[in-house]
Design a binder for this molecule. Structure first.
Ligand code: ISJ
Length: 462
């Protein structure tokens, strides 16, 4: 499929030769443009690196990153965004980077994510996913609208022999670039169980009551659906289905240990490209109609529904505040529009601004997460409420998942419409915003629809 060139090998060798008498490990990163590339085959070909693969594609599905293996992994518990940023900065200062291309997402790139709430440590299903984890892949495919790139990243240690490294990398590179196989069939579902649906409705009822009594203004409550299969789930098949079925969504998979966190989310947390910042307020939901007329009528209803407008407005207020604290030229329309998806439609307000010099994308992620779209309002009251009342650990569900590069460009989505796959078992997550006049049955129905993107892709319903 893809061929390395002699020229590329020479550049790799030259980069390695620049390493002399190092005292600490040093990153080497060499990027090459490719004529063609198939992201799914690349992912599949990296099977030997299972547990260390990442897939990411943007909502317009023209920008894709696939990471195989890990040259270096950054993890932090305390002050997690800042600790990772500092470690990244130190690593980049010493790195040998050979990247003649301008394209964002080439060269050294870190991919990964963060947990929803680092203070919630029940962690039952999430033992493979720490509070923060980003990895620099050994092999990174970057596919843009107009070009494909491969970056090889290697961590060289003081005791390493560069000849050995050169042999290993050039061989591994060739082997797995050529080795992609076709996409396997999905296994069959043998069991599907909603976790405590009646109890969940009781919690929603209680939350609406607590909001009426003035404890907080909004809280987002989620529930789980467990799906079991006759064989292990094939991640590429699910990615393929999500990508075909869920337009206007980020499609992602992050493998860690024996688990894979996967989904198709419509929600952007933040994108930074050359200091141009984009964020999004996405909250307020209604079903799709069966006919064009019914669909438009539902959209109109949503645009004028006070409960949904209120849910949405908490998100706009908070995002505005966060973005204004680190950006200039903040542009936020005064009214939301409809964001249509295959299974439902949302209220959507785009946010555009110029990130001030000195701020990094991780600092913006820290300011924004968790937005009231996934948490509630005010932030601390809603977080405490979720900790106390949701009977499971959210892990990375509803959290920032994405990437950033050495030029401080990057993008993070909010990982909803997602599930945690572990061998032949998957737990799906779905939540919705509760305000003072929320009705448990309607919220239950809304969360049932939000399971559909993942359920369809897993073969549960078409
Ligand atoms: C929490 C989820 O979705 C969020 C909640 C929404 C709502 O309450 O209307 C809409 C979009 C998302 O911000 C989810 O899909 O799990």
């Amino acid at each position: 499929m893809i061929k390395t060139t002699t020229h590329y090998n020479e550049r790799l060798y030259k980069a390695l030769s620049q390493i002399h008498h190092i005292e600490t490990p040093q990153l080497i990163s060499v990027t090459e443009q490719m004529a063609t590339a198939n992201p799914f085959r690349f992912y599949q070909a990296g099977k030997a690196y299972q547990g260390e693969r990442v897939y990411w594609t943007s909502t317009d599905q023209v920008f894709t990153l696939v990471g195989i293996g890990s040259a270096y992994t950054l993890e932090a518990e305390e002050d997690r965004f800042n600790t990772i940023q500092q470690a990244w900065k130190a690593l980049m200062e010493e790195a040998v980077i050979d990247n003649p291309y301008e394209s964002s997402g080439t060269g050294p790139v870190a991919l990964g994510g963060f947990s929803f709430d680092p203070h919630d440590h029940s962690r039952t299903a999430w033992e493979d996913f720490p509070d923060s984890k980003v990895s620099i892949p050994m092999f990174l495919l970057t596919k843009t609208e107009s070009a494909n790139y491969i970056t090889v990243n290697i961590m060289v240690h003081p005791e390493d022999d560069i000849e050995d490294i050169y042999q290993f990398v050039t061989q591994a590179y060739q082997e797995f670039l050529e080795g992609g196989t076709s996409i396997d069939e999905m296994p069959s579902i043998i069991g599907k169980e909603e976790i405590q649906p009646l109890e969940w409705k009781d919690i929603v009822k209680q939350a609406a009551h607590d909001i009426q009594s003035g404890y907080m203004s909004k809280v987002v409550l989620a529930r789980e659906l467990e799906v079991n299969f006759d064989r292990d789930v094939n991640i590429v098949s699910v990615l393929d289905a999500l990508q075909r079925e869920q337009q206007q969504s980020y499609v992602f998979a992050v493998e860690s240990g024996d688990s894979c966190f996967i989904g198709a989310t419509p929600e952007r947390l933040v994108k930074v490209d050359n200091r141009e910042l984009h964020s999004a307020c996405l909250a307020g939901t209604i079903a799709r109609g069966d006919t064009v007329e019914e669909d438009q009528a539902l959209g109109e209803e949503l645009l004028h529904d006070n409960k949904n407008l209120q849910e949405h407005d908490f998100v706009v207020q908070m995002i505005r505040e966060a973005v204004e604290s680190c950006c200039d030229q903040v542009q936020i329309p005064s009214e939301p529009v409809i964001y249509p998806l295959r299974n439902l439609q949302h209220l959507y307000t785009p946010v555009k601004a110029k990130l001030r010099v000195g701020y990094t994308i991780l600092e913006v992620v820290e300011k924004l997460h968790p937005t009231p779209a996934l948490n509630g309002y005010p932030r601390q009251e809603a977080l405490s409420y979720i900790r106390e009342h949701e009977p499971f650990d959210r892990g990375w569900y509803a959290s920032p998942v994405g990437w950033f590069d050495y030029k401080d460009n990057g993008e993070f989505a909010v990982a909803i419409r997602s599930g945690l796959v572990k061998k032949n078992k998957t737990v799906l997550y779905s939540g919705c915003g509760i305000v003072e006049d929320s009705m448990p049955e309607a919220e239950y129905e809304e969360t049932a629809i939000k399971f559909l993107p993942m359920l369809n892709a897993l073969g549960g319903r078409t």
